[in-house]
Design a protein. Structure first.
Length: 153
């Protein structure tokens, strides 16, 4: 096993308990497989159609940042991915703070990269920037964009 990514959909329950359980699971996996690369993803429930009541488990940006920093402190060498579900301003700020992977130019519909999508999107994209725009943002922060983290020989 080269690596494994852990994630929990935040907003279904108490996000602190979910993040803690996910982090412990990742830690125990790393103890059993010390050479495996561990990473985290932090998806959260976003607004959806017909949501007519306040969800006590809503995870706001401050909560999301708290979860991301907790992962970074608990497992400092783990990768951390931020989704295009999050707004561009938030993504821009966390990339220098705790995030190691960021997506760009994402399509979430069935056949999304074809000219005509064949179905509804899985979720709404808040950051619709393309790859070139994300690369520019990363370089403006003095960081180097990397498109692959290993090369097979």
């Amino acid at each position: 096993m080269r690596g494994v990514s852990f994630g929990v959909l935040l907003g279904l329950g108490d996000f602190r308990k979910d993040v803690f359980a996910c982090a412990v699971h990742a830690y125990l996996t790393q103890q059993k497989y010390p050479h495996a690369e561990i990473s985290f993803s932090v998806p959260r429930l976003r607004p959806y159609i017909n949501k007519n009541r306040i969800n006590p488990n809503d995870v706001h940006e401050t909560h999301l940042l708290q979860a991301m920093i907790a992962y970074r402190l608990f497992m400092p060498f783990a990768g951390l991915t931020i989704s295009t579900r999050e707004r561009s301003g938030f993504r821009d700020n966390v990339i220098g703070m705790c995030v190691t992977k960021i997506s760009a130019g994402v399509k979430t519909g069935v056949g999304g990269h074809n000219e005509k999508e064949k179905g509804d999107a899985q979720f709404e994209i808040a950051d619709s920037r393309n790859v070139e725009e994300i690369v520019s943002m990363i370089e403006k922060r003095g960081l180097q964009p990397v498109f692959t983290n290993y090369i097979r020989t």
